[in-house]
Design a protein around this ligand. Structure first.
Ligand code: SAM
Length: 467
């Protein structure tokens, strides 16, 4: 291994629950690369589609991640860039230990309720896409990221995921104090010193230092203190890191129990998953440690709390949203299958599609947060036609009557490179380009060519001439 683990890190882990130095060092030296992904239930419904996606990625067979209903390991890493299903948002490539968030949410939260959920440190969107898949349509997810370019990446990944019940915001944690007692569930996947990822990304090792662990620990406390007022009474807080350091894990749990009215929630975990339970020295809080030498995943830590403190919701000013006129509605109806309770929101010269709870919450959220994306963008409504947005193509809301053009692998990749694949089709005008029943984006088919509307910034750059 090019970068050995820092001796100070190893020394600091001695004596921690589940830490076993020799196998821990061996598994890092072996540097095995584990590939896992989580399917998107909005797009992958039914065993047959699931099979065709997984078998195209791996002929040797994918195996289930034990703590995830939609997570799978692949025996080796394929080229995701050359898989049209990846660009269609059929799955998210996610590290397996992180998928345990599903188990924590199911154990602590009533997912049949309409919930308001905040993923505070959300980019690039692994936990947000997972949360969205767990929530019902009546629920709302605010996925927030403080760093601007990372918030754009988060918005792109959530656009690809296709759901209309998500808002992406670009705010500092302290801005959430404007939403007192608002959320039923707050997930904080905190920025950390990252030692849990050293097997996968050994280039991070030289950046590690005990001083940085301390800085991360202080920042984690600030983030938690800033956001806790936004959690409802009886609301759930889920805290996670990808650090092995006690200062960012157990010590944070004790700090939370010391400073806030929070009740720690222990989880039931099957023993065969090899996840190590840790109980904090001071306040007996349970947390869960993931070691790469014990299970098939990277280093991870997670713990859950329930808020016992009273929280008063903010007074809300009534605001009126812009209305959609009958002509616009008629135009939109030819493109969109709007489910019951969903609504349209004109925004600048574009039209958004919002889920039921988002239609009632959007005006309030817009007053409090810097919103980067809300619901699904339908497109630009002109006098005669809608210029459909890529977001609409990625959602399950496209009306059945919209023409589709189904293409094979090579033509799909040419389309994703923003080329004209030269397809022979009787379709004329706007069409949804599809590969294996999965939408890739829009095209306008003319008698002798195709105008490719795939977003330029998303196009594949990789050479495909050898295919
Ligand atoms: N939850 C993400 C996922 O599953 O894809 C990964 C989140 S990563 C561990 C932590 C995130 O916190 C990063 O996107 C980082 O930009 C953000 N961050 C950095 N400093 C922060 C701060 N002071 N407050 C809030 N978030 C911060």
């Amino acid at each position: 291994m090019s970068n050995p683990l820092p001796a100070t890190l190893i020394a600091s882990l001695e004596g921690l629950p589940g830490f076993d130095r020799a196998p821990f060092e061996q598994v890092h030296a072996a540097a095995e690369k584990i590939t896992s992904l989580r399917l998107n239930p909005l797009k992958v419904s039914g065993k047959a589609v699931q099979e065709s996606i997984l078998s195209a990625l791996s002929a040797d067979g994918a195996t289930q991640v034990p703590w995830s209903t939609t997570g799978f390991y692949l025996p080796r890493r394929p080229s995701f860039t050359l898989d049209p299903y990846f660009h269609a948002g059929a799955y998210y490539v996610q590290e397996a230990s992180s998928m345990f968030l599903e188990h924590a949410v199911r154990a602590t939260t009533d997912l049949d309720q309409p919930l308001k959920v905040l993923d505070l440190c959300a980019a690039p969107g692994g936990k947000s896409t997972l949360l969205q898949s767990l929530l019902n349509e009546q629920s709302l997810l605010v996925a927030n990221e403080v760093i601007k370019p990372r918030a754009s990446l988060l918005a792109d990944n959530l656009s690809k995921w296709g759901a209309a019940n998500v808002v992406v915001s670009n705010n500092d944690p302290r801005d959430f104090s404007r939403l007192p007692g608002y959320f039923d569930l707050v997930v904080i996947d905190a920025p950390c010193s990252g030692s849990g990822l050293f097997r996968r990304d050994p280039e991070l090792i030289p950046e590690w230092s005990p001083e940085n662990v301390q800085l991360c620990s202080q920042r984690q406390q600030r983030i938690l203190a800033d956001v806790l007022p936004a959690l409802k009474e009886d609301g759930i807080l889920i805290y996670s890191t990808c650090s092995f350091s006690k200062e960012e894990d157990e010590i944070i749990l004790d700090w939370l129990a010391d400073h806030f009215e929070l009740e720690n929630i222990p989880l039931n975990i099957p023993e065969e998953w090899q996840i190590v339970t840790t109980v904090t020295d001071k306040r007996n809080c349970a947390g869960y440690r993931f070691y790469p030498n014990r299970l098939k995943g990277e280093g991870f830590f997670i713990s859950c709390f329930r808020k016992k403190e009273m929280a008063h919701a903010a007074k809300r000013k009534e605001t009126k949203s812009a209305v959609v006129n009958a002509k616009e509605k008629e135009l939109l109806a030819s493109w969109i299958q709007l489910p019951d309770g969903y609504g349209y929101l004109p925004h600048q010269d574009e039209m958004l599609i919002l889920s039921p709870l988002l239609t009632t919450e959007i005006a309030f959220l817009q007053q409090q947060l810097y919103i980067r994306k809300a619901g699904v963008k339908a497109g630009q409504v002109g006098k005669k036609e809608l210029i459909p947005d890529h977001q609409l193509s990625m959602s399950p809301l496209v009306a059945e009557r919209v023409p589709v053009v189904d293409v094979e692998l090579k033509a799909a990749l040419q389309y994703l490179r923003k080329e004209d694949p030269g397809i022979d089709t009787p379709v004329r005008g706007w069409a949804l380009m599809r590969y294996g029943q999965m939408a890739l984006g829009w095209a306008k088919i003319l008698p002798n060519r195709m105008n490719n509307y795939y977003p330029k910034e998303l196009r594949i750059l990789k050479d495909i001439s050898g295919l």
